[in-house]
Ligand binder design. Structure first.
Ligand SMILES: Nc1ncnc2c1ncn2[C@@H]1O[C@H](COP(=O)(O)OP(=O)(O)OP(=O)(O)O)[C@@H](O)[C@H]1O
Ligand SMILES: [Mg+2]
Length: 254
């Protein structure tokens, strides 16, 4: 289970994010980026963050530690900005938090060199989860103490918006032509050989067990949270073995 932290203070909005994530302080005195259950796509975005973040971590990627944040909507009352106040008041209960990487910079493809191996691992992972949000325009990669960290997995697994069509949707190829790391000759086949065998039913059960029940209840067609957890695992298990053959838009390596 993810650690549970209670929000004690809302510090500031993070201006770069489309969903207006904020910076908060927890009762453990940690600084967290908060993703609100009451924002835009709401709970599904948070589920995607947990599934992809915890899967990536177990595959050896650097991902900020994730926690659940208990938010008392009363914290919104003192916010001068209407949009922020609405978000806080509409997101009482369980939100998502991640360790704030102090001093991290946004990835700049012209100022950072990724090796073909590292680029390949990240492109392969994004293909696995169908991440459409790692383009050179909006890389959602941070450089922290010289290393690349993965953030923002809210726009992945598009199949979870239409479960009856999930298997067909998950069989689709992945277009990496706009990917932030496409220009680094990503060795996707090498990454697949290393990582695909690690994506097992057991690993995915462990990963999906991290999703808080409260974000899984009430999904049409599912009687209980565990049935929905299995639905999240299934397309990922099916994709892992062969998705590298369906990555398009990157230069072939000689
Ligand atoms: N863990 C973190 N540590 C430091 N900075 C972070 C962290 N997470 C996010 N940020 C900063 O906040 C910005 C917004 O975060 P994020 O991309 O997750 O939000 P979003 O609303 O989903 O964004 P998008 O507009 O890409 O959909 C990031 O681009 C980054 O600059
Ligand atoms: Mg982002």
């Amino acid at each position: 289970m993810l650690n549970e932290v209670t929000v004690t203070r809302y510090i500031t909005p993070l201006r770069e994010g489309g969903s207006l994530p904020g910076l908060v302080e927890g009762d453990d005195h940690g600084a967290y980026v908060i993703k609100f259950a009451g924002a835009g796509q709401g709970r599904k975005t948070l589920v995607a963050e947990v599934v992809c973040g915890e899967l990536a971590r177990r595959l050896g990627f650097r991902v900020p530690r994730l926690v659940t944040l208990a938010l008392d909507p009363v914290l919104g009352l003192g916010e001068p900005e209407q949009q922020v106040q609405d978000l806080l008041r509409g997101s009482g209960g369980t939100d998502l938090g991640m360790d704030f990487l102090s001093g991290a910079l946004g990835f700049d493809p012209l100022g950072f060199r990724a090796s073909p191996a590292e680029a390949g691992r990240i492109v392969w992972f994004d293909a696995l989860v169908g991440n459409v949000d790692r383009s050179w325009r909006n890389p959602n990669l941070l450089v922290h103490r010289g290393d690349l960290w993965l953030i923002d997995h809210g726009a992945t697994m598009i199949w979870h918006h239409n479960w009856p069509g999930a298997d067909a949707s998950a069989a689709r190829p992945y277009d990496a032509s706009e990917h932030a790391l496409a220009r680094f000759a990503p060795d996707v086949a090498g990454a697949a050989a290393e990582l695909a065998p690690l994506v097992t039913e057991d690993l995915l059960a462990e990963v999906t067990a991290e999703i808080p029940d409260v974000w899984l209840t009430g999904e049409p067609g599912f009687t209980d949270p565990d049935a929905l957890r299995r639905a999240y695992a299934r397309p990922l298990l099916a994709r892992a073995a062969t998705v590298h053959e369906r990555v398009t838009g990157i230069e072939e390596r000689p």
